[in-house]
Design a binder for this molecule. Structure first.
Ligand SMILES: Cc1ncc(COP(=O)(O)O)c(C=O)c1O
Length: 414
């Protein structure tokens, strides 16, 4: 079967001439990125808070472990696409210790090349052309794109938060129910992610319990992206989906080493939970990749099995940075809510700028303040009206960003 339909131009003129790619929503970050690159090339001091790309280096004991194995030629061969046993076992131990959840490292854990790759290939494994997946909006973009790549349709539902930084469960779950009632063929899966990027909203254990119950009732597969498992600033830890009794019957959870251990460039994540779903991902990956460089896998296992102080320290850095940025934006007269989780500030656009839309407002901040933020619309339609700051610069730079923004907003007001 050809990938190019008879109507597609020949020869192809751009990537968009391939139907699977033309179905993708526009990559709105590209515009801000292009303008950012121009300004940096022109020598401007740009404070880049656009991408959630951790700036803190990987803790030394993890790097040392990788280095200790890097020169050994036995590790230079292809590794195992599902991950080495020691790493899958380390992940199972982590879930047992942290969440009291028992996982079989042989059948209920697969190592992925980051959560992003795992989510994309899981959708490819699970979906058929035309399947519907329910995705709350705004969302981390791969939650949508993975469905589109796999030939599915996204049914978007709004993600609404309360004043305490929690998702409003009733609204979310009734929207899922309504989607199931109004869509035929019935939706196949639901994607959730708490703590949430970009909104910073958290879920209570009760919400996850109700979601599992609903998925069971509506025969939905549940995919929980738990990339910010370690980044709640409140007293209670973010709940794992798998702590919910029966969750393993309906769903899987993605855990990422990128944020918790500042290992974003190393590309290590996991999919854990429902055996059939984990095995489906394992199988498709066995056709597509040969696994991550083995010394990286050994170092990731070491990270999971070592004392976890470094994780708490990283969380504390993000908490202080959030405080610094929010304080500076408040001083600028911009009433942004303080995040209770993640490494972001999700900021409603100030009233007099709302008409610009998030894309134009992000460009305005770049031009007038030299600060890069992500336009909310890049996270889905419901993200419009907001911009997202990633807390990936030290506190003094974040304060400076706030001061520059203050000046830019005052210039407009004057
Ligand atoms: C919600 C969410 N999931 C997954 C990822 C990517 O994780 P990884 O680096 O493991 O692919 C991110 C990165 O920003 C994210 O925000």
């Amino acid at each position: 079967m050809s990938d190019i339909s008879p109507e597609a131009p020949w020869p192809p003129r751009s990537a968009a001439d391939f139907p699977r790619l033309s179905g993708l929503p526009a990559y709105v970050f590209a515009q801000v990125n292009a303008e950012k690159a121009e300004r940096i090339a022109a020598g401007e001091d740009v404070i880049d808070l656009g991408m959630g790309n951790p700036d803190l280096g990987t803790p030394g004991h993890i790097v040392d472990e990788m280095v200790a194995h890097a020169a050994d030629p036995r590790h230079h061969r292809y590794s195992a696409s599902r991950g080495i046993h020691g790493l899958r076992e380390a992940m199972a131990e982590h879930y047992a210790e942290r969440y009291g959840v028992t996982l079989d490292p042989e059948t209920q854990v697969v190592v992925t090349i980051g959560a992003k790759e795992g989510i994309a290939h899981l959708m490819l494994a699970l979906l058929e052309n035309g399947d519907t997946v329910i995705v709350p909006s705004p969302a981390y973009p791969i939650h949508y794109y993975s469905v589109v790549f796999a030939g599915g349709h996204v049914h978007s539902i709004p993600l609404v938060g309360d004043e305490d930084g929690y998702v409003v469960g009733d609204a979310l779950l009734s929207a899922v129910e309504a989607a199931c009632a109004s869509t035929w063929p019935r939706p196949k899966a639901l994607v959730l992610s708490f703590p949430n990027n970009p909104t910073t909203l958290s879920a209570t254990p009760e919400l996850l319990e109700r979601a599992v119950e609903l998925c069971r009732r509506e025969r939905l597969l549940l995919i929980h992206d738990f990339a910010y498992a370690d980044f709640s600033f409140g007293d209670s830890e973010p709940p794992s989906l798998l702590q919910v009794p029966g969750a393993m019957d309906v769903g899987v959870e993605f855990f990422s080493m990128s944020k918790s251990y500042c290992m974003a460039g190393w590309r290590v994540g996991f999919c854990v939970g429902n055996t059939a779903m984990v095995q489906a991902l394992t199988k498709i990956k066995s056709y597509l990749d040969y696994g991550i460089f083995q010394p990286i896998q050994i170092a990731a296992a070491h990270a999971l099995r070592s004392p976890q102080e470094c994780v708490g320290e990283t969380r504390e850095v993000y908490r202080r940075r959030a405080e610094a940025l929010v304080g500076a934006l408040h001083a600028a007269g911009w009433a942004v809510p303080e995040p209770r989780a993640t490494m972001f500030v999700w900021a409603p656009i100030p009233g007099e700028y709302v008409h610009m839309g998030s894309m134009e407002f992000a460009r305005h901040l770049l031009r007038e303040a030299g600060v890069v933020v992500s336009p909310g619309v890049g996270f889905g339609r419901e993200g419009e009206g907001h911009v997202r700051f990633a807390l990936i610069e030290p506190e003094d730079r974040l304060r400076e960003a706030g001061q520059r923004i203050a000046k830019a907003l005052m210039r407009k007001a004057a």
